[in-house]
Design a protein around this ligand. Structure first.
Ligand code: NAD
Length: 394
C-alpha cells in the first residue's frame, strides 16, 4: 500500500509553535533565497484563476525535475463578514518520475508563513539598512506573520498599525505586544505611515482601493521607505495610488502573473524587476546580497539599464503570491516536520498488478459480503453458522 503523509491544521499549528513562528519564517527566507537563485531551472507559470462575483479560487503549480507541487487557494474579501476566512489553502507535492503524490498539507497557515517569508526576502534586499519601524495597514490574518517576517529580516522593533475595523486593529496590537513589539495604534492610515521605514499593506477589498497615496509615501514616511504591498493580488483589486509606482523602483515575483494581478495592472508600461534577479545577483537591490544568498553569487552581475536604488529611493515589492513560494514552503515543511506530527492517507489506488485496478473493487466486494454476513450474524443473534448462511442466501 502506498500511503501519503498528511499534515493537518492542528499539526501544522503545533509544528509552528514547536519551532517558533519567527524562526520558521527566518528559515523559510533562506529556503526561498536558494530556490529563487535557481529560478531559470524551475518550471513556472501564472496561476489558473477562476473568478466569481465574491472572490477567486486559484490553482498554483510549480516544479523542478524531481518534485512537482501545487496549491489550491481562495481569496474572498467579504468572507470575514460571513464568519469565513478571506484566504484558505491546501497543497500537494508529487514525485516527477512517476507522478505519485508524496505529501499533502493544509496551507492556510503555511500561506501566511510563506507570504511573510517572501516579504522578508524582498525587504532583506530592498529596505534601507537600519529600518526599525514598520507601518502595517490591514490587521487581518496575515498581519502578525508579516510583522514577524520583517523582524526576522530587518530587526523591526516598532509597529504602527491601522485597520478600518477597530476589532482587528486591537487583535493585532494585543498579539504584537505579546510578541515583544512596541505598538502604536494609529488613528488613520496617514498616522500609521508617519515616520515608517517600511510599510506593509495587507488589506482585503475587491476594488481598486487607495490604501496609500503618493503623499503618504513621499511626505509622511521616512525618505527611502520600502513599500511591501501584498493585498493587491487580483484583477481589479489593488491598494496603491499608481503615482507611487511611477515614483518608485518596483520589484515583482513573476512578471506575466503580476501584470494581470498586481499593482502594476494600473501602469502597463512600467519597467519592473523580478525579485529572483536581485537574489541571484543579476540586478541590484538597495543592498548587496547578504552572506546567506549562497548560490546567487555564482551569477554574473549586470546592472543593465536600471539604476541602483539609494537611501532616498522608494522601493515597492508588488507581491501577488507565486507558486514557487508555495512549492518551496511545502518542501521545507515536509523535510522539517517530525514524523509524529503526520497522519498517513491511503490516497493512491495502487494494486499489486499495476494493470489490474479492478482487483481493488473485487477485493472490496469480498470484504463487503463478509461485513454483511457479520452484521447479519449479530442481528439475528444466532449461534449456528449453517442457519445464518441459509438466511444470507435467501
Ligand atoms: N501577496 C500574497 O502572496 C498574499 C498572500 C495571502 C494573502 N494576500 C492578500 O492579503 C490581503 C490580506 O489577507 P488576510 O488574510 O489578512 O485578509 P483579512 O480579511 O483577514 O484582513 C484584511 C484586513 O484589511 C482591513 N481593511 C480593508 N480595507 C482597509 C483599508 N482601506 N484600510 C485599512 N484596513 C483595511 C480589513 O478590515 C481586514 O481586517 C488579502 O487581500 C489577500 O488576498 C496576499
Amino acid at each position: 500500500m502506498t500511503t501519503v503523509p498528511f499534515l493537518d491544521v492542528p499539526a501544522m499549528a503545533r509544528w509552528v509553535a514547536h519551532r517558533g513562528p519567527e524562526a520558521v519564517i527566518g528559515r523559510l527566507v533562506d529556503a526561498l533565497a536558494a530556490d529563487f537563485a535557481r529560478w531559470p531551472d524551475l518550471d513556472k507559470r501564472a496561476r489558473i484563476a477562476s473568478h466569481s462575483r465574491d472572490g477567486v479560487i486559484e490553482l498554483m503549480p510549480a516544479a523542478d525535475d524531481v518534485t512537482y507541487g501545487f496549491k489550491f487557494v481562495n481569496g474572498h474579501p467579504r468572507n470575514p463578514a460571513r464568519g469565513y476566512q478571506t484566504v484558505t489553502a491546501f497543497g500537494v507535492l508529487a514525485d516527477v518520475h512517476n507522478g505519485y503524490p508524496t505529501f499533502l498539507a493544509e496551507m492556510t497557515l503555511l500561506t501566511a508563513l510563506r507570504t511573510a517569508a517572501t516579504s522578508a526576502l524582498a525587504a532583506r534586499y530592498l529596505a534601507r539598512a537600519g529600518s526599525r519601524t514598520l507601518a502595517l495597514v490591514g490587521a487581518g490574518s496575515q498581519s502578525e506573520f508579516q510583522a514577524l517576517g520583517m523582524r526576522a529580516a530587518l530587526g523591526i522593533t516598532h509597529l504602527r498599525v491601522w485597520d478600518t475595523d477597530p476589532g482587528a486593529q486591537a487583535k493585532l496590537a494585543r498579539h504584537a505586544r505579546a510578541l515583544g513589539f512596541e505598538v502604536h495604534e494609529a488613528t488613520s492610515g496617514e498616522d500609521a505611515v508617519t515616520g515608517a521605514d517600511v510599510i506593509t499593506t495587507c488589506t482585503a477589498d475587491k476594488a481598486n482601493a487607495t490604501v496609500l497615496t503618493h503623499d503618504m509615501v513621499t511626505r509622511l514616511a521616512r525618505p527611502g521607505v520600502h513599500v511591501n504591498a501584498i493585498g493587491g493580488d487580483c484583477p481589479g483589486k489593488t491598494e496603491l495610488d499608481p503615482a507611487i509606482l511611477r515614483a518608485a523602483d518596483v520589484y515583482v515575483e513573476y512578471e506575466p502573473q503580476t501584470r494581470v494581478e498586481g499593482e502594476i495592472q494600473q501602469t502597463p508600461d512600467l519597467v519592473v524587476t523580478e525579485l529572483w534577479e536581485v537574489v541571484a545577483g543579476r540586478r541590484d537591490g538597495r543592498r548587496g546580497a547578504p552572506a546567506t544568498a549562497g548560490p546567487g553569487e555564482a551569477f554574473a552581475r549586470h546592472a543593465g539599464d536600471r539604476r541602483t536604488p539609494d537611501d532616498t529611493t522608494v522601493t515597492v515589492f508588488d507581491s501577488v503570491g507565486f507558486a514557487v513560494e508555495d512549492w518551496t514552503a511545502l518542501r521545507f515543511v515536509r523535510d522539517d516536520v517530525p514524523a509524529g506530527f503526520l497522519r498517513h492517507l491511503d490516497l493512491v489506488a495502487d494494486p499489486e498488478d499495476p494493470k489490474d485496478l479492478f482487483s481493488l473493487v473485487v477485493a472490496a466486494q469480498e470484504d463487503d459480503r463478509a461485513d454483511a454476513r457479520e452484521a447479519l450474524d449479530r442481528l439475528m443473534g444466532l449461534a449456528g453458522r449453517g442457519h445464518v448462511d441459509a438466511l444470507a442466501h435467501r
